[in-house]
Design a protein around this ligand. Structure first.
Ligand code: ATP
Length: 214
């Protein structure tokens, strides 16, 4: 089973990484791919340019068994539609292999607003990680297309079309909060890996451009 976690990763933080690792272990995934998006269709553009966001993800997962970064969305012009990425992946792995799209509860709550969202159920399962501050989206229209299951065996037996709710360690961390913290001159230490924090400092990302250099 292959899992994919898409995001702006602006920057990547422990709220992405810890739930991703727990999903990987609980479901016995052979691989978890983090896919930074180039142009999110439903929100303002990311603050850091693609090459920096990619480099931060690479540093964050360096040496983590089973974790990989997949840069395909950065290479694709135009808005990064998840359905296109899943269709590409499905064509590569074949029709039998279970493909799991991992997302936080906030993302799942808005899924039925995504481009061609109904097609997603024909391409992948969805694994929803609970996230602080978002109530379980149990009335999502997506669940009418892809019923919820609590059976890992069922996910394994079918390639796509189910939703699995995964309780994970609740980390109230967001990239928005980290960017605010940096802009205010406070330390983001312990919210993200040290390698990412150092990269941000080295490249002077997310700083108030009017601030004097350190
Ligand atoms: P921003 O604050 O800029 O909106 P973010 O922290 O929400 O960013 P994204 O890169 O947009 O991060 O999120 C990518 C995916 O990771 C989404 O599916 C989101 O729901 C999930 N995610 C992000 N942070 C958490 C968290 N703390 N717990 C669980 N899931 C999370």
């Amino acid at each position: 089973m292959i899992g994919v976690l898409g995001g702006t990763f602006d920057p990547v933080h422990y709220g992405h990484l810890r739930p991703a690792l727990e999903v990987c272990e609980w479901l016995g995934l052979s691989e978890l791919r983090l896919i930074p998006c180039r142009e999110p269709p439903h929100r303002p553009p990311p603050e850091a340019p693609p090459h920096h966001r990619l480099a931060m993800v690479e540093r964050a997962i360096s040496g983590v068994p089973g974790f990989r970064v997949d840069a395909r969305e950065l290479a694709r012009p135009g808005p990064s539609f998840t359905v296109d990425t899943l269709a590409e992946l499905r064509a590569e792995i074949g029709p039998e292999c279970p493909l799991l799209l991992v997302m936080g509860m906030d993302a799942f709550a808005g899924l039925h607003g995504w481009d061609r969202w109904r097609e997603i159920a024909r391409l992948a399962h969805i694994v929803v990680a609970h996230r602080p501050g978002t109530l379980p989206a149990v009335d999502s229209p997506y669940l009418e297309l892809a019923p919820a299951t609590d059976s890992v065996a069922l996910l394994r037996r079918s390639a796509q079309g189910r939703v699995f709710f995964q309780p994970v360690t609740q980390l109230d961390i967001s990239a928005t909060g980290i960017r605010e913290c940096l802009r205010a001159g406070r330390s983001p230490r312990f919210l993200l890996p040290g390698s990412v924090r150092r990269y941000i400092a080295e490249h002077r990302l997310y700083r108030d451009v009017s601030a004097p250099p350190e």
